[in-house]
Design a protein around this ligand. Structure first.
Ligand SMILES: NC(=O)C1=CN([C@@H]2O[C@H](COP(=O)(O)OP(=O)(O)OC[C@H]3O[C@@H](n4cnc5c(N)ncnc54)[C@H](O)[C@@H]3O)[C@@H](O)[C@H]2O)[C@@H](O)CC1
Ligand SMILES: Nc1ncnc2c1ncn2[C@@H]1O[C@H](COP(=O)(O)OP(=O)(O)O)[C@@H](O)[C@H]1O
Ligand SMILES: [K+]
Length: 494
């Protein structure tokens, strides 16, 4: 698991070191880490440190202190350093003294030809938009930026990116990752986590590693057959939107072995692409399943409500997406009190439809609130997907690219997650593992190869379905018996 912590949790962990915090030892370690990263960036971008010039932006707090001490260390390596003190007289006094003693210059604005900028404007205590004068300066920067702790202008706890905010090439943080590092990952650039000797426990958000996803992904054993691995039923697609049924069923076929049943009016289209699917028109006639997916392109008329009521009356896990969520917004009572797991997979618009209010800046609190209120697992889609359990636990996945922002990609996610639910994986883990594989498949489909991690071209959702199997082949090739299972998963399996 990768953990992400709130500002308060980080501050408590720093305070727990007592003496180290008070004596400035932590700040010294932080500054050292920043200097190392900046030196490495200078070497890789311009071939060395001597004679290169670095500009430092400091605010009124310790974030600026880190930056000034780091600049003093760089000065000793022959780097020319100059600082713009945006915090005025509230600039970190000891950091400034060290900077001046090393030969650093305080300036009104940076000289031309700066090689790199260190952003020490605000860190953990940054609130709201950057002050106008600071904002104008940030907007004018053209050199690559190394942010100290967080890109200034990004909220540590919600990941909200105030405009303008610093867009860092690299962010160096200390001791443990902050929530913003995953929720605003594109703003942070490459992340460096430096050890400064603090310990944070019980993260607010957790992300599964690829090894953990591989470990929990179901693969058939010697005594398995098509039924024993779980059969997923898909209620998706309609005469108007047959494609949603095709994409969702195709993703379910690719994600696990076993069997996929389809119920709806797009049966012929589904079968023409996936003859292994067993199709009927009504879920009542589909036969036994171990989980249902209902909603993608399924329509919002009365038959839809009847079908939703039918699947929610069963005692198997149910994933509700798209049109199913629109219906649920009118009939919230349908999910309350279910004993089997229910997983909702809204995008921001569907989320607002269910809750009756627009999603605000704090997506974590919002998703946690809805999960607790309805007693269900909620997966909120986006570049960073959040998954909240009714007990308040929240998992996250940063997609690592935005290639999945394409029509029909959500239908693919539902199919993958539904097949994992059918195999008996608890809803939060099924959702998180599906989100991870969906994101990796989008990168692979866009790059045209699972072995490439950069570059790429736009994709459609069909390409995403085709990439599921090659992505799993690579992911599962690293699967070993020794991979650590995510906490609670072994016990949670039905
Ligand atoms: N406490 C510790 O032990 C350590 C703290 N460290 C550094 O200390 C930082 C936190 O320092 P502080 O708590 O002093 O706070 P910051 O340096 O994050 O912010 C300081 C001040 O910036 C101003 N500010 C807030 N929002 C602003 C905005 N939108 N525009 C302009 N100015 C704004 C406020 O006056 C605020 O008090 C961390 O991010 C990290 O870089 C590191 O030195 C590691 C050790
Ligand atoms: N900017 C983004 N970056 C990465 N993934 C994204 C982004 N926007 C959306 N996605 C993902 O793409 C999928 C889109 O789903 P959805 O909005 O339901 O689309 P549709 O209804 O067309 O299938 C989700 O899995 C979501 O997490
Ligand atoms: K910063």
């Amino acid at each position: 698991m990768i953990g992400y912590f709130s500002a308060e949790q980080i501050r408590s962990a720093e305070e727990a070191t007592g003496d180290l915090l008070e004596r400035g030892v932590l700040m010294g370690r932080a500054a050292h880490a920043v200097a190392e990263v900046v030196a490495a960036e200078l070497r890789s971008r311009s071939g060395g440190c001597y004679g290169r010039s670095v500009g430092v932006l400091t605010g009124a707090g310790d974030n600026g202190g880190d930056a000034l001490y780091a600049a003093a260390l760089l000065r000793r390596r022959g780097v020319r350093v100059e600082a713009v003190l945006l915090g005025g007289d509230r600039t970190h006094a000891a950091g400034l003294e060290s900077f001046r003693r090393s030969g650093g210059r305080v300036v009104e604005s940076f000289s031309a030809g700066i090689d790199l900028v260190i952003d020490g404007i605000v860190g953990l205590s940054g609130k709201g938009s950057l002050r106008p004068a600071v904002a104008a300066l940030v907007e004018s920067l053209t050199a690559p930026i190394v942010s100290v702790d967080l890109p200034s202008g990004v909220d540590a706890d919600t990941g909200q990116v105030n405009v303008p905010a610093v867009r860092a090439a690299v962010t160096v943080t200390f001791g443990a990752l902050r929530i913003a590092h995953v929720l605003a990952a594109p703003q942070c650039g490459r992340m460096v986590l430096a050890d400064i000797g603090i310990d944070a426990h019980e993260p607010t958000l957790r992300q599964l590693t690829d090894a953990e996803v591989a470990h929990l992904w179901p693969v058939p054993g010697p005594s398995d057959d098509k039924y024993s691995q779980g059969v997923v039923g898909i209620v998706a697609g309609s005469a108007r939107y047959p494609g949603a049924g095709v994409l969702c069923s195709g993703a379910a076929v690719a994600a696990t072995s076993g069997m996929v049943r389809y119920a709806g009016t797009a049966g012929p289209q589904v079968l023409s692409q996936y003859p292994e699917v067993i199709a009927t028109e009504e879920p009542e006639d589909a036969g036994k399943v171990q989980a249902w997916v209902i909603g993608p392109g399924a329509g919002t008329e009365d038959t839809g409500v009847r079908r939703l009521r039918y699947v929610l009356d069963t005692d198997v896990p149910v994933l509700i997406d798209a049109d199913g969520l629109t219906l649920l917004a009118r009939h919230r009572e349908l999910v309350v009190g279910r004993s089997a797991p229910t997983l909702l997979t809204p995008h921001a618009g569907e989320f607002a439809r269910i809750t009756g209010t627009e999603l605000g800046a704090d997506r974590v609190e919002a998703v946690r609130g809805l999960a607790a209120e309805l007693g269900v697992t909620v997966l909120l889609k986006g570049r960073a997907t959040l998954i909240a359990s009714p007990d308040g636990d929240v998992l996250v996945n940063d997609a690592g690219s935005s290639w999945a922002a394409t029509a029909g990609a959500g239908d693919v996610l539902s199919g993958v997650a539904g097949s994992l639910l059918a195999s008996g994986i608890p809803a939060p883990l099924a959702a998180a593992a599906a989100a991870r594989v969906h994101a990796l498949a989008a990168i692979a489909a866009s790059a045209g190869s699972v072995s490439k991690t950069a570059g790429g071209a736009p994709i459609g959702a069909s390409a995403l379905v085709r990439a599921v199997s090659p992505t799993l082949r690579v992911l599962l090739s690293g699967k070993t018996r020794d991979d650590a299972a995510p906490a609670g998963w072994e016990d949670g399996r039905r």
